[in-house]
Design a protein around this ligand. Structure first.
Ligand code: FES
Length: 159
């Protein structure tokens, strides 16, 4: 049996606030996805359906937005999400060493979560700080000019 989730009053209030700022309901879809993800950690199929209903759009249409927008998680993620930039400047400036170090320390590759739920690792296109490559983001925190020494220190700061 599929359990139909509904949005909480708090989620509805926040989404309605965003809807009021845009010309039509659908235009608030990215913000709505972000709001629900903020409350639930990720966007399940049931959450997607509830958001689509509230925005009066089809679930397929909303799913294509969620898939396109790579900061919307359609699978459960860890408490901390590492977005490692794999675009050209970071690639040239040592991305591979950083990626290898993360794999070595956390024993996860892209798309995986540590068994204790501490970290999820995802690739990300340019984080907009190419002159300070290599770079990664953990949750909303940007780390630039990464070195192997600094990376250990940074990872130790997340539990
Ligand atoms: S290429 Fe990595 S921040 Fe731009």
């Amino acid at each position: 049996m599929i359990i139909q989730e509904t949005l909480t009053p708090e989620e509805i209030e926040e989404i309605d606030h965003e809807i009021a700022l845009v010309p039509y309901r659908k235009a608030a879809c990215i913000e709505a996805l972000k709001i629900v993800q903020h409350h639930r950690g990720w966007i399940s199929d049931e959450s997607l359906q509830s958001i689509a209903d509230h925005l009066e759009m089809s679930v397929e249409e909303l799913d294509s937005v969620a898939t396109f927008y790579n900061l919307v998680f359609r699978k459960p993620v860890g408490r901390n999400v590492i977005l490692l930039c794999d675009s050209i400047s970071c690639y040239v400036m040592g991305y591979e060493k950083i990626y290898a170090q993360i794999r070595d320390r956390l024993h996860i590759s892209f798309g995986e979560t540590t068994p204790d739920g501490r970290f999820t690792l995802l690739p990300n296109a340019c984080l907009g700080t190419c002159d300070h490559a290599p770079a990664l983001m953990i949750n909303n925190e940007l780390y630039r000019d990464l070195t192997e020494d600094r990376l250990d220190e940074i990872l130790n700061g997340y539990h």
